[in-house]
Design a protein around this ligand. Structure first.
Ligand code: PGA
Ligand code: ZN
Length: 399
């Protein structure tokens, strides 16, 4: 859902996205329920924006982001934004930030004070809840890091994506080149290794074997069975120790340097064991485990569960709370990956946030579908405004 904010000198517009594999600890996305729109309507959240929130914010200084966001939190009064809806608060919080940037006549990334272009993780093969192909792992990403600029990295990612299309068409037939939620292909691979083989082939066909690495998001809560405390991957049941061995062997066979949500959303210690086991080689990223929430993140830091945080503003509901999570990571020398959602909009604020927070990493799907390319296109625009040495390369990755 989208919100507009106007002041005498500025205008801001932003939209909150939605997720298919949402973590249970995320802030609540308020939907209407009932029969209209299949229950997915957001008229309650819209009336919260136009009513309570608009009344409270009228006359407020739009450049006081922390003040605005704490007002939104107070107005909501719940732990998970369930009264106003995190979709309402996210859209308003980001629209205020965009409005403040427009008052200053600068892009949001400049207002946030950053100048580092991120390395993109491009999700080129979709599985899990983002595709109907029976592949357990949710995201297979190419991660072009050894390039001198963002645009060169993006070009390489795009070339690999198109080469992958040809390989899939030959192997599975051209009917298999339809795309999943995040724009990646969704062929009927039989196993995780099959999927990774396809990616490796596409990368080497393009001549980028040394320059483009791989990343995965297991989104393991989606294949975790709480009753038996086991995971079902590639048709096999695995304990968390077996799953850890599985990841370690994949990391040996393939150039995987980043692994997100390898275990379910409560598995702080399984995350920690894997992080220690793969230390120096693979970045362990926490998404559903930490949900951009400082409390959950503090627990994960205490348990040494993560190398980097996946940052999604709508998981917590305001920009300031997401920035607090990023600052806590910085203080603890952890990385941050700014991320889109599977249900995205054309809003490209996350591109500015990734640059603005100097994170060095962004995840925005395949170079396909306008809601994905909007973010990459915004980064190309920002690149034109920044000095030529602004690309983070691999510097934001914490192994
Ligand atoms: P979601 O997936 O937006 O469906 O939650 C993205 C992710 O898990 O990173
Ligand atoms: Zn994830």
């Amino acid at each position: 859902m989208q919100a507009d904010v106007c002041t005498a000198r500025g205008f801001g517009r932003a939209a909150s996205p939605s997720g298919a594999s949402t973590g249970i600890h995320e802030a609540l996305e308020l939907r209407d329920g009932g029969r209209k729109w299949g229950g997915k309507g957001v008229s309650k959240a819209v009336s919260n924006v136009n009513g309570k929130i608009a009344r409270a914010l009228r006359g407020f200084d739009v450049s006081d982001q922390r003040g605005i966001d704490s007002l939104l939190c107070r107005l909501d009064g719940t732990k998970n934004k369930s009264r106003l809806g995190a979709n309402a608060t996210t859209a308003v919080s980001l629209a205020c930030a965009q409005c403040a940037a427009s008052e200053e006549g600068v892009g949001l990334y400049r207002l946030l004070g950053g100048k580092k272009l991120p390395a993109p993780m491009l999700n080129v093969l979709n599985g899990g809840k983002h595709a109907g192909n029976g592949v357990s792992i949710q995201e297979f990403m190419v991660f072009p890091i050894h390039f001198s600029s963002f645009s060169e990295a993006l070009r390489a990612g795009s070339e690999v994506y198109h080469s992958l299309r040809g390989i899939i068409a030959k192997k599975y037939g051209s009917q298999s080149t339809g795309v999943g939620d995040e724009g990646g292909f969704a062929p009927q691979c039989r196993s995780t290794s099959d999927a990774l083989d396809l990616l490796e082939r596409a990368i080497s066909e393009c001549g980028y074997a040394k320059k483009v690495k791989l990343a995965m998001d297991s989104a393991a809560s989606s294949f975790y069975d709480g009753k038996t405390s086991s995971y079902k991957v590639d048709g096999k049941r695995m304990s968390s120790d077996e799953l850890s061995d599985f990841y370690a062997s994949l990391a040996k066979s393939y150039p995987i340097i980043s692994l997100e949500d390898p275990f379910c959303e409560e598995a702080f210690s399984d995350f920690a064991h894997l992080r220690a086991r793969l230390s120096g080689k693979v970045q362990v990223v926490a998404d559903d485990l930490t949900v951009t929430n400082v409390e959950r993140l503090s627990q994960a830091i205490e348990c040494k569960s993560l190398s980097s945080l996946l940052l999604k503003v709508n998981q917590v509901g305001t920009l300031s709370e997401a920035i607090s999570a990023a600052m806590l990571c910085r203080k603890n020398r952890l990385g941050v990956v700014v991320s889109h959602r599977s249900g995205e909009t054309e809003d490209a604020s996350i591109a500015d946030i990734a640059v603005g927070l100097n994170c060095g990493q962004i995840k925005s799907g395949a170079p396909c579908r306008a809601e994905r390319t909007a973010k990459y296109n915004r980064l190309l625009q920002i690149e034109e405004e920044l000095p030529s040495d602004s690309f983070a390369r691999a510097s934001g990755i914490v192994l």
